[in-house]
Design a protein around this ligand. Structure first.
Ligand SMILES: NC(=O)C1=CN([C@@H]2O[C@H](COP(=O)(O)OP(=O)(O)OC[C@H]3O[C@@H](n4cnc5c(N)ncnc54)[C@H](OP(=O)(O)O)[C@@H]3O)[C@@H](O)[C@H]2O)C=CC1
Ligand SMILES: O=C1CO[C@H](CO)[C@@H](O)[C@@H]1O
Length: 323
């Protein structure tokens, strides 16, 4: 994966030659109006935004894009916008409309990057978490292979520049690679020192797929964790590395991903943290520090998607699609 710097923003070059800024702003569970957060983020220098239909705030994000473009603060080509196709829109006939909705909300006429959010399809309809008669999540058997082929059409039409996957395991990515006319440019996965994803990263390197690390700070107060579970930002080893480097724990965790060649999308709703999270290019973690961080892995995954347990395409549960 080669690295370049475009307008002072370090980027990875994707397998289609396009550039993706290595740090992006996560937009899940923003704690203020999305329009205000994103406006602040653009002001402090963010040029990559990680969005999704399921975050239910793409309209606010789009308001900020619109305002900043109208004021001449940014041009469309200055920003890199990722969004994700939600699980209820996997049917090939629904992919186009789902993209139009996202583009409309984001006030954009193309996306830089569109990912299949999860390999599992849910029953389509209005409800983003449809339930069956017993109150369980209602699955659909649609194969993500068919979803992928629809996404490819939208690239050919110029509505999306790059396509990729999120939360897919190696066997599932292989199935996509076997049928793809356009191979995935990007894989977005949970990644932090407790779950360093070494094997998936190696696989992606071999297949020229850029990796994006989500929840890089351990997603404090995530609804998918028990309160206080996996407090990476307070881990004594991270605190020690931070004090030794004269940086903050968040900066150590972000720098860790950058030095591994990963794109990283920390979320912050506050301007101070946002700025702090971009100031990670003025120090280096030594090989020894990197080894210490690598050694913290214990397979500590918290985005387990337990509600979808039993789904034939569940990436972490389904052994048939597990290599
Ligand atoms: N593809 C997928 O399935 C998934 C994708 N994602 C994406 O990844 C993004 C990031 O992951 P996310 O789970 O949100 O969590 P993160 O690991 O980015 O953690 C975000 C939390 O860290 C805090 N924080 C941010 N910067 C600092 C700092 N410098 N010092 C101390 N605390 C800080 C934030 O608080 P504050 O706001 O106060 O700064 C917030 O509470 C998401 O927003 C989303 O875009 C996430 C989950 C799943
Ligand atoms: O990106 C993510 C965060 O929020 C979603 C829903 O709450 C998750 O399913 C998803 O993986």
């Amino acid at each position: 994966m080669s690295l370049v710097s475009s307008q002072n923003v370090p980027c990875v070059v994707l397998n289609n030659g396009r550039q993706m800024p290595m740090i992006g702003l996560g937009t899940w569970r923003l704690q203020r109006k999305a329009s205000e957060v994103v406006r602040d983020a653009i002001e402090v220098g963010y040029r990559h935004f990680d969005c999704a239909h399921i975050y239910r705030n793409e309209q606010g994000v789009g308001e900020a894009f619109n305002e900043c473009m109208e004021k001449g603060v940014i041009k469309r080509e200055d920003i890199f916008v990722t969004s994700k196709l939600w699980n209820t829109f996997h049917h090939p006939s629904m992919v186009r409309q789902a993209l139009y909705t996202t583009l409309d909300n984001l006030n954009l006429d193309y996306l830089d990057n569109y990912l299949i959010h999860w390999p599992m399809a849910y029953r389509d309809g209005e409800d983003l978490y449809p339930k069956d008669a017993y109150g369980f999540l209602a699955f659909s058997q649609i194969d993500y292979i068919d979803t992928w082929k629809s996404m490819e059409t939208l690239v050919e039409e110029g509505l999306i520049h790059s396509i990729g996957l999120s939360n897919f395991n190696i066997a599932q990515i292989k199935r996509i690679l076997n049928v793809a006319d356009i191979p995935p440019a990007n894989l977005q996965i949970e990644c932090h020192p407790y779950l360093n994803q070494k094997e998936l990263m190696q696989f992606c390197k071999e297949h020229n797929i850029a990796v994006t690390a989500y929840s890089p700070l351990g997603s404090p107060s995530s609804p998918y964790k028990k309160p206080g579970e996996f407090p990476i930002l307070q881990n004594p080893t991270i605190l020690q590395l931070a004090s030794k480097s004269g940086k903050t724990p968040a900066q150590i965790l972000i720098r860790y991903q950058l030095q591994r060649g990963n794109v990283v999308i920390p979320r912050s709703s506050g301007k101070q943290h946002m700025e702090e999270n971009l100031k990670v290019y003025d120090f280096t973690l030594s090989d020894e520090d990197m080894q210490v961080l690598d050694g913290m892995d214990f397979g500590g995954r918290f985005m387990l998607m337990i509600d979808a347990t039993g789904h034939p395409h569940h990436p972490f549960e389904n052994k048939a699609e597990f290599r």
